[in-house]
Design a binder for this molecule. Structure first.
Ligand code: HEM
Length: 282
């Protein structure tokens, strides 16, 4: 390695350590010791709500209350953007200048200048920003405000997807064997629980189970399959694992034992539906 290369490597290492130092100090300066807040004046949600306009604008962000009346004319947007959060728990707005884009550390630093107190409930207990946002649907108190609609942080569908949980919605799935559909199932998930389970198709070889009537030889088997869906209704999605032992979900009807049931086919169709994802939003 010649001298130039050594000097270059040393320079790069120096820049890298400098950047690390800068980011570590930026991170630690954004952390806050909660005990610092005990000395701040307690301000209730009702008091906060009284300062909801340009003549007096207070906002609560992360449990602290700021009087930003003097700053309003300096904010780099149309005044309505920032005015609509006056008198509110405004943490969500603070973190979503645009959907998913928080304010810069420079803006964060400016807040300190306007600090006037800490947000408390009627009992004088600190109010968590999430708790306020949840209680009112969103921080703005309007279920369909732009902030609630556009904020990825408040998008429950996205959160469930990121956690790998099946989304609530309407599903359809099939079990196919040698190119022939045997089970075609449809259901909704509501809060992760099955509702409105039904077969769109249930057949084996030439027997169409859904067309069977009382008295038909295989009618009891069709009843058992229906029973399974009735018993899954309202259950969490994990209940499908009980189908590996179908006797837990279906009775012995007219001498047809659980052995005639093919619980595995139903599990397969349900899992196919879940893998395909939401078919439509009910
Ligand atoms: C909570 C309600 C607020 C909302 C919805 C909001 C929204 C916005 C928007 C839309 C922009 C311009 C877009 C952009 O730069 O990407 C912006 C920029 C900015 N805002 Fe706010 N703002 C709020 C509160 C505040 C407060 C209380 C302060 C300071 C005391 C502040 C300081 C700034 C600054 C310095 C910028 C320039 C860009 C930056 O550094 O992030 N904002 N804000």
């Amino acid at each position: 390695m010649n001298m130039n290369k050594i000097a270059y490597s040393v320079f790069i290492a120096f820049v890298a350590s400098l950047l690390t130092l800068i980011s570590v100090s930026a991170l630690s300066s954004s952390e806050r010791d909660e005990t610092d807040d005990e000395g701040l004046k307690p301000i209730t949600l009702d008091e906060l709500a009284e300062h909801d306009g340009a003549e007096s604008c207070w906002k609560a962000i992360h449990g602290r209350v700021y009087d930003i009346t003097d700053y309003l004319p300096n904010h780099p947007t149309d005044p309505t953007v920032i005015l609509e959060w006056c008198g509110q728990e405004a943490t969500e707005g603070w973190h979503n200048k645009r959907p998913g884009v928080p304010h810069s550390p420079r803006a964060e630093g400016m807040l300190e200048e306007y600090l006037i107190g800490r947000l408390v409930d009627e009992e004088g207990e600190p109010v968590e920003s999430e708790a306020v946002a949840d209680a009112s649907g969103n921080a703005n108190g309007e279920a369909d405000s732009d902030h609630a609609r556009l904020s990825p942080a408040g998008d429950e569908r996205l959160q469930r997807a990121l956690l790998g949980l099946p989304l609530d919605g309407h599903y359809r799935g099939v079990f196919v064997d040698r190119g022939v559909i045997q089970v075609n199932i449809t259901f909704n998930l509501e809060d992760g629980h099955f509702t409105r389970l039904d077969y769109r198709h249930l057949a084996y070889r030439d027997d169409d189970y859904l067309a069977m009537e009382e008295g038909d030889e295989l009618y009891p088997v069709m009843r058992q399959h229906r029973q399974i869906l009735e018993r899954l209704e309202g259950e969490p999605v994990t209940a499908i694992f009980a189908l590996y032992e179908p006797e837990r979900l279906a009775d012995d009807i007219d001498g047809y034992s659980s052995a005639t049931l093919r619980g595995a086919k139903i599990i397969s169709a349900i899992r196919d539906a879940l893998n395909r994802g939401v078919y439509s939003w009910p």
